[in-house]
Design a protein around this ligand. Structure first.
Ligand code: NAI
Ligand code: MG
Length: 479
């Protein structure tokens, strides 16, 4: 537990020691100090968790779906009851500002609440055939599922991936990120507190290439859901396909935020700031990291944006600033390397561009202007508070630029022209489109990528499709 700073694995409804004695020290990125220790789980630990989950599967999938829903609802309530404590742990572990951590915790509770309501509505259909037959479909759970969770929204993405899995009758083995393992263990404890059968929700902490790879490649797994980087997603996908395991990949993005002169520019500024700076310091898969702005408002917009960025407070998450530290030394090095790349490609940034001279992994909100679309900072996922601005002349060019990138997760447009908004929605290669508000939508709205951003959908009722398989039953009834 956080109080003595030492956690164990959560398997079979209780905290249990790992096979080995190696631990991972998770740090507070605002201070670089030790926060807690978790086991560095191994393939053996993953084996045990998968076996435990397998033992729990029949009871869980055959449980009255209404009762499954009640348990998920109770977990949502328990998460809300511990909101402040969980948010504090998330902030200390990940770095994010406290109010953003509270939003993430609320979001996690909302996922369990939403899918609690879905649990008894996962139904098939009957299919009309000729008079000699009756035909119907069953929507069945995949079985034993794994969820590999990244460090940017730990408790939130856990809710997003695990709640629909459990609601539709699957059991879960979760591998949280080594940088931010704590809230996953806390949620598993709460699930046990509210009466989940042991083994339905298990958490194995550990390093990606060890515990993560063991989970992704486990032959007894029926489904794996991964959120993270493209290279790791490729490895997870390959391992899953080796076993013909159902796989779902959510791999980040480099999403266009398109601003037209007819937009409410104040709303567009809000969306831009929220989309790349004031949410998790830009460490968000759906960040608006490419700002495409029409040349008629380009100079004014960038000027006002620079002012807004300079006014953002940067500091330890626990003080609830606008922008917290980056999650780790590795992420800090990656982002500061991109600041150098950006200077080579686009010259001095119009605002920001420096790391803060203090302990912790702090980087100023940074805007590079007049960036060529081919530049690395316009094409590669930086995952930090760094924005590339690309001017455009007309709608055709804007839409071409929006799609001229390998990723396709989300896309946003700010315009008062309804026809243009719909044209953009039709043409843009993305899993979801925001019109006049960045991050518009919620737990109810399907989310996932195209192109290099991955495939499969989470959130909304569509997530149930990702976690179920259809069985057709056809009866000959005239004999
Ligand atoms: P990563 O993709 O390696 O890590 C994500 C998760 O995968 C973690 O739980 C990790 O332990 C696990 N993992 C790592 N190697 C694995 C393997 N071989 N098999 C199975 N699981 C494995 O991401 P990383 O290295 O932490 O971050 C690098 C970059 O990835 C970031 O700078 C960002 O651009 C991107 N990223 C995107 C995220 C998103 O939300 N789409 C989330 C996190 C990172
Ligand atoms: Mg940490």
């Amino acid at each position: 537990m956080i109080d003595d700073g030492k956690y164990e694995l959560f398997v079979g409804g209780e905290f249990v020691p790992a096979e080995g004695s190696e631990t991972i020290t998770t740090t507070n990125p605002a201070t670089e100090e030790r926060l807690a220790e978790v086991p560095a789980g191994t393939a053996g630990d993953v084996d045990r968790a998968v076996a435990t989950a397998t033992d729990a599967l029949d009871d869980w999938r055959l449980l009255d779906p209404a009762e499954r829903g009640r348990l998920l609802h109770a977990l949502a309530d328990a998460i809300r009851d511990e909101r402040d404590r969980l948010a504090r742990i998330e902030t200390l572990d990940n770095g994010k500002p406290l109010s953003q951590a509270r939003r993430d915790v609320d979001g996690a509770a909302r996922y369990f609440e939403y899918y609690a309501g879905v649990a008894d509505k996962v139904q098939g259909e009957s299919i009309p055939l000729s008079a000699e037959y009756v035909d119907y479909t069953l929507r069945e759970p995949l079985g034993v599922t794994g969820q590999i969770i990244p460090w940017n929204l730990p408790i939130n993405i856990l809710g997003r991936s695990v709640a629909p899995a459990l609601a539709s009758g699957n059991v879960s083995v979760v591998k949280p990120a080594e940088q931010t393992p704590l809230t996953a263990l806390e949620v598993a404890r709460l699930a046990d507190d509210v009466g989940f059968p042991p083994g339905v929700l298990n958490v194995v902490t550990g390093y990606g290439p060890e515990a993560g790879a063991a989970l992704a490649g486990h032959p007894d797994l029926d489904g794996i859901s991964f959120t993270g980087s493209v290279p790791t997603g490729r490895e997870v996908g390959t391992a899953a396909v080796e076993n013909i395991t159902h796989v779902h990949l959510e791999l980040g993005g480099k999403s266009p935020n398109v601003v037209f002169p007819d937009a409410d520019l104040e709303a567009a500024l809000d969306g831009t700031v929220t989309g790349i700076f004031a949410t998790n310091a830009g460490q968000v898969c759906s960040a608006g990291s490419r700002l495409l702005v029409h040349e008629d408002v380009h100079a004014e917009f960038v000027d006002r944006l620079a002012g807004r960025a300079a006014d953002l407070t940067v500091g330890p998450g626990i003080e609830d600033p606008d922008v917290g530290p980056l999650v780790s030394a590795e992420q800090f090095e990656k982002v500061t390397r991109y600041l150098d790349v950006g200077r080579e490609e686009a010259g001095e940034p119009v605002v920001g561009g420096e790391a803060l001279d203090r302990p912790g992994y702090f980087v100023e909100p940074t805007v590079f202007d007049d960036v060529a679309n081919e530049a690395r900072i316009a094409q590669e996922e930086i995952f930090g508070p760094v924005l590339s601005v690309i001017p455009f002349a007309d709608e055709t060019e804007a839409f071409e630029l929006a799609n001229a990138v390998d990723y396709g997760l989300v896309a946003g447009i700010f315009t008062s022209d309804v026809g243009r908004a719909h044209r953009f929605a039709r043409e843009v290669e993305a899993g979801q489109v925001y019109v006049n508000e960045w991050f518009a939508g919620g737990v109810e709205t399907p989310f996932g990528g195209r192109k290099r951003s991955g495939f499969g959908r989470e959130k909304g009722l569509e997530a149930i499709d990702s976690y179920t398989t259809t069985k057709n039953v056809c009866l000959r009834i005239d004999r």
